[in-house]
Design a protein around this ligand. Sequence first.
Ligand SMILES: [Fe+2]
Length: 421
Amino acid sequence: MSPSTATRRSSPIPEDFPVAIAAAKADLRARIGDYAGVFAAVEADMRAKVASIVAEREAGQPIWPVVQAQDIVDGTVPAATVAAIRKRGCAVVKQTFTRGRAEKWDAELVDYVEENHFDEKYQYLDDGVFGGLAAARPSIFPIYWSKPQMEAREDPTMAATRRFLNGFWKNESMGRVWFDPDRDTAYPDRVRRRAPGTTSSGLSAHTDSGSVERWLLPAYQQVFRHVFDGRFAEYDPWDGAFRTEVDEYASTVMCSAFRTFQGWTALSDMHPEDGVLHVIPIPEAMAYLLLRALQDDVDDTDLCGAANGESLPIDGRYHSVLLPALSPIPSVEPGDTVWWHGDMIHSVGPVTDQQGWGNVMYIPASPDCPKNADYARRCGEAFVAGVSPSDFAPEDYEVGWLGRPTVAELSDLGREQLGLG
Ligand SMILES: [Fe+2]
């Protein structure tokens, strides 16, 4: 067990999920009133948004907004790009790091795992993260504390990028400050290395940061209060209110941090046909998912297949209206970073005989707030010990590894992000 597992913040798990789900659904339906009518209006809105995304994509127009990292640093991101990110909920940030630096990191990661004989020690662990989703065995390395990862997390341009992205969210409302968009906390995650020649069925569409929680938890019911009050027009997916008060049920998929954007840093060239990340670039689509599960054709104890301890699945049976909008990232090069709103539906496309490597370091944006600072502090302890962060399986490979940075090797910002200041 990782040192701090026992102190993870999580919500008490219902004794009987079917009973809890049926009760929550009855409450929410009563609260909305005309839940079928509200859903019909939201569905019409989704159909229009999906149609315009499909039309733009088929016309060869870019779906993912692309922003230059230097423009973020200089404060000169064009207003049209800002508007596009708000609308689409996703972005590629070009050259957050130089190609040369990212390629060096890619090589250093290989050296780090080889020098420490990772291959001989590695045991595949099915932690259930991909349970319920159609998944190929992922090429995820449970490595958290390599020098490249630490350097990328504390890099000033990365910090500026995260501040820029946090800034899309409303952090103050209802007389409260929910988080500080200008300060980072670390959310240490793993690396992916997918070799040339890989054939993979990818990973089907889903959302993270809670599944059944989005209907059952009081804090999530507050986050989605406009949806559950039947006032979809007032629902703002960028409103941070109550987001930092969500404590998911303890499971192998729980995320202990509020992430404004999920994200990763590219360490290799990747192209749209190479089995890359896709998103449904509609941040409001979460409202559709929530309301869909309350309709009469879904069993009273069912939330369109959502299960505790698994990602929230997006299903052709229930959500076919949304699926045509799934759009791949554009081509990216080493040093680019890729970001998507924490509610957004995403998938990994299938690939046959992948050309080149598909290598990334997962690094999201998690702004400072008590919830994130608390988790980051526990990650700081895990870093010092070399064990896995408590959101992940306690595989603890890096204990005693050569080349793992020390606290003294971090920058002031790097230490602050892990509560080691
Ligand atoms: Fe995911």
